[in-house]
Design a protein around this ligand. Structure first.
Ligand code: 1GP
Length: 261
């Protein structure tokens, strides 16, 4: 038997403490997203990681919407662990989990039209997460604008970029349901990122929530703009593969920002 009665949930653990202490200290965090299915040159993973770590990235996220198996996440996680930063699963589905990560963004894709992405995958994955003893970061995942593969696969009804009030309403609902991480996602490779006015509105209304923003952030200027608007965490994925030098500049620009708390 699975021993279901022995399962425990790990919330507010080491990773959450790490994130919250940095935010309380006035930092904006940068997370480097590695999609195992998009690694053009898997051998160069460590040398790529070394460069973003030297620039100051705060954590690694591993995940993707298509073509990611648990074994891929296992392998990438164990290779990234040696850098000493938190390694966080960003699962597009149940197969995006791994024993080797420190925590999981336990997400509900709130504006999906398919209940599977809102609650079905979470039910399927919850026992696995508890059995692996992973720390959970309860996350409301909200897809805005372009949406990309995550939006298509997740059957999202993306919120139009300029509908800041709708983005806020979803964020409020997420927070009221106990999700203290809000992830505003424009979709990997989005032609434009989430609008800074949406970011500003969500952060000013929910100062206690950890606001993660990703999708289509390709320049240090845009990253800084979104960070200044109130994002607590900036995520970049594609640019790390496409233009590592630019990715390093983005990390440095995010890490140069200090906020009054
Ligand atoms: C996608 O938010 C992430 O889930 C990152 O997007 O690949 O466009 O940086 P990019």
């Amino acid at each position: 038997m699975l021993g279901l009665s022995a399962l425990r949930v790990k919330r507010e653990g080491r990773v959450s403490k790490y994130i919250k202490e940095k935010i309380a200290g006035g930092e904006v965090l940068h997370f480097t997203l590695i999609d195992p299915a998009k690694l053009a040159n898997p051998e160069s993973l460590e040398s790529t990681a070394e460069k973003v770590v030297a620039a100051g990235t705060d954590a690694f996220m591993i995940g993707g919407s298509l073509g990611v198996s648990e074994r891929d996440v296992d392998e990438v996680a164990s290779r990234l662990k040696k850098f000493g930063l938190p390694v966080i699963a960003f699962p597009g589905n149940v197969n995006g989990l791994s024993r080797n990560v420190d925590a999981v963004l336990f997400m509900s894709l709130l504006n999906s039209e398919d209940l599977y992405y809102v609650i079905g995958a979470q039910v399927a994955g919850a026992v696995v997460v508890a059995r692996y003893g992973l720390e959970v970061l309860p996350t409301g995942y909200i897809i805005v604008g372009y949406g990309g593969t995550a939006g298509f696969v997740g059957k999202a009804r993306p919120i139009p970029y300029e509908k800041h009030d709708v983005v806020l309403a979803y964020s409020l609902a997420a927070y009221m349901m106990g999700m203290n991480y809000i992830y505003l996602e424009a979709g990997s490779g989005a032609p434009q990122p989430v609008h800074r006015d949406s970011v500003r509105l969500v952060k000013s209304t929910l100062p206690e929530a950890v606001l993660i923003v990703g999708g289509g952030i390709r320049t240090p200027e845009v990253a800084a703009e979104i960070a200044r608007a109130g994002a607590d965490v900036i995520v970049t994925g594609n640019i790390v593969e496409d233009n590592l030098e630019k990715a390093v500049e983005i990390v440095k620009s995010v890490k140069s920002i200090r906020r009054q708390r």
